[in-house]
Each structure stands twice: as C-alpha cells, then as structure tokens.
Design a binder for this molecule. Structure first.
Ligand SMILES: *Cc1c(COP(=O)(O)O)cnc(C)c1O
Length: 367
C-alpha cells in the first residue's frame, strides 16, 4: 500500500533530535510561552522573511486573530475563495464578519483576481488569499485590486510552508499571513499549532495580546483576548523540523516532477505552475471527469488518494442557512473532479513511479 501521508515517519527519521528537544522542555519545566516559542518565532520569521512571528494554537486561530487585530468584525465583509478549506471561512465567521466567496482561476485553483472587483462592496474590509495546495496565489494582482479599494490583504499560508515566488514573498505579501502546523502540513507539529507572520510591529503586539487573554503584561488586560498559544513542546519539535523543511519540500518537488512527466500524455488535468512560482507541493491535485472510478482503481492497486475538497463550504450545513442554494460553479465542479495523489517526504521515486503506473492502468480500465 502506498499511503497518502505518513506523519509518524518524520519522528522516526529525526528521533534522536526530537527526543532531545522534547526532553529539554520537560526537564526545563516551562511549558507555555517560554524560550522555545520565542526561538521558534524568530527562526520562523527569518525563514519567511518577515520581521515578526506570533505563535498561536492553530491555523484557524491565526486567521481569526489577524482579523480581530485589524478590527474586522460585525457588519464587515471579507473576500474568501469559494473552494478553500472551511477554516478560511470559519475565521471570518468567528470574527463576526461575513465571508464573501470569489471563484478561483480554473488553472491555478487560486483566487481569480479578475473576479475580485465585482465582489467588493462598501462593507468589504479585506481579501483573504489562500495559497491552496501550496501554489502561490496571484499576490501581485490581488494587491493591486486591494490597493485600489483600500483593503487589507491577508494570506492563508496553511498549505504553503516554504513555497516561493520570484515576484513576492509567500507569507510576506500582505498585511499578515496565517500558518498552520497541523501534523499533516509541510511543517507539522505533533499536535495542533499555528503562527502569524507580519512586518507590522503594532499589529504583532496586538496579536501577542490577543493570543494571551488580551494581556502582554501579567494581570493587565488591554483587550478582551483569547487563549490560543503555541506550546513549548510543539515549538521545540517545530524548531527541529524547520531545519529539514527545505529538504522535505525538495523531495515533494521531485515526486511532483515524476507525476507531471508520467501523466503528461493522459487525459487527467495536471496542476499548472504559475510563472515564477516554486510551490511547496502540499498536495498534488489532478482532475478527471471520471474521478470516482479513478480513485477506486487506485485503491484496488494499493494507492491511497483523497479529495480536497468534496464540497465547497457554502454547500455544508454549517453555511447552508447563509447561502441557501446559491452556487459557485467552479468550486462545485472542482469538488466533483479533483483528486489528490500521495505526496510527501515519506515517498520514494519508485513509489511515485508506482503511483503513475496505477493511475495509467486505472484510466485504461475506466475507459
Ligand atoms: C489546515 C488549514 C487551515 C487550518 O489550520 P488548523 O491548524 O487545522 O486550524 C486553514 N486554512 C487552510 C487552507 C488549511 O489547509
């Protein structure tokens, strides 16, 4: 069986380093907002190219706190992709604002800058761009539209650790970026974790208060905050893993290349890489009109695959009361056609070649 993901494998690979890092925290006896979080924050800020990094409990909270720190709330609208993971929308709802979906470009699966203007109203405060599947969103064009309308640009970089673009820095191309360290992400903790990067010092200070009950000085509360902090054990683990992220992403890129070359002449739609982009390849997503048959064929041949995501957020019961039967056709169609092939540092080139063969055989069989 070729597994889709193997989050335990990184531990086995780095066992000595990780054991030492975790033991260091346990014997140090300091578990929340301490030296490991501070060190990770400065190391991750440097990795991204940002001046500030604020560790938080998870990626959803990272997005939520950014919106709060920008003063976005009830009566405000925030533009989100119609085809993103639901957390992007939930963060807007948490803040009391309204998510306004905009459809993606069908080639890149990312927010289509050409569709932004028609979604902007006098209530719009921000655009939340998602680097979906680890492909950098069209930040230059998105920023142009945002600047013309005086809007904040927020990056949901939860799938884009280490993604690069020649014309802008991923995670540093808007007012702030949200990162998730959920175990399955390119940089994953052994539990939940998240962070915010920004160049804006005042914003970073508000975020530091918001993650910690609204306080930066013990027992003084500037605002009504939350409790959402990256903990010391996860930060210690992330510091170790960060040193291997570039190498792991390179392995993902090699797998992606095997897939792209091996499937070029088949009827499946392959992911398109924007000019200047160097994706993190969080997911390798193909499209097929016979997606379900293909997935079943892969399963029979011992290849795990997943669908990201089967139905857009507006189709979920969580948002049905708000959106009724409004339809976002591109997101809808993607939900029916997309299929994620296994990708990650747990796979060898030989595994990737086996996946290619399994896809080709399954396509022949399903006609
Ligand atoms: C994983 C993810 C999130 C949420 O991160 P959590 O740490 O799971 O809360 C948000 N947006 C996107 C695009 C994600 O993939």
């Amino acid at each position: 069986m070729i597994p889709f993901l193997d989050v335990g494998q990184t531990y086995l690979e780095l066992q000595d380093e990780i054991d030492a890092a975790v033991a260091g925290v346990l014997t140090g006896g300091w578990f929340v907002l301490g030296p490991e979080v501070e060190l990770f924050e400065s190391e991750y800020a440097a990795f991204v190219g940002a001046t500030h990094c604020v560790g938080v409990g998870n990626g959803l909270d990272a997005l939520h706190l950014i919106l709060r720190a920008l003063g976005i709330g009830p009566g405000d609208e925030v533009i989100v992709p119609s085809n993103t993971f639901i957390a992007t929308w939930l963060a807007v709802s948490y803040a009391g604002a309204t998510p306004v979906p905009v459809e993606p470009n069908e080639a890149t699966y990312n927010l289509d800058p050409r569709s932004l203007s028609e979604a902007i109203t006098e209530k719009t405060r921000a655009i939340c761009a998602v680097h979906l599947y680890g492909q950098p969103a069209a930040m230059t064009a998105i920023n142009e539209v945002a600047d013309a309308h005086g809007l904040h640009v927020i990056e949901d970089a939860a799938q884009a650790h280490g993604a690069r673009h020649a014309l802008f820095e991923v995670g540093n191309a808007g007012v702030a970026a949200a990162w998730s360290f959920y175990p399955g992400k390119n940089l994953g903790a052994f539990g939940d974790g998240g962070a915010i990067t920004t160049q804006d010092e005042a914003l970073a200070n508000r975020l530091r208060a918001l993650r910690n009950y609204g306080s930066t000085v013990k027992y003084e509360y500037e605002v009504q905050g939350f409790n959402t902090r990256l903990d010391e054990i996860q930060a210690a683990v992330l510091r170790v893993k960060l040193r291997h992220l570039v190498r792991w992403n390179q392995r993902r890129a090699v797998i992606a290349q095997v897939y792209r070359e091996g499937l070029m002449d088949t009827p499946v739609v392959l992911p398109e890489v924007m000019d200047g982009a160097d994706p993190s390849w969080h997911l390798f997503v193909i499209r097929s009109l016979k997606r379900d048959a293909l997935r079943a064929g892969l399963h029979r041949r011992g290849v795990d695959s997943l669908v990201h995501y089967p139905a857009p957020p507006n189709r979920q019961s969580a948002y049905a009361p708000m959106f009724g039967d409004r339809c976002y056709p591109i997101a809808e169609r993607m939900g029916n056609e997309v299929l994620s092939l296994p990708i990650g540092p747990h796979l060898s080139v030989r595994d990737a070649e086996a996946v290619v063969s399994a896809v080709r055989e399954s396509l022949v069989q399903s006609g």
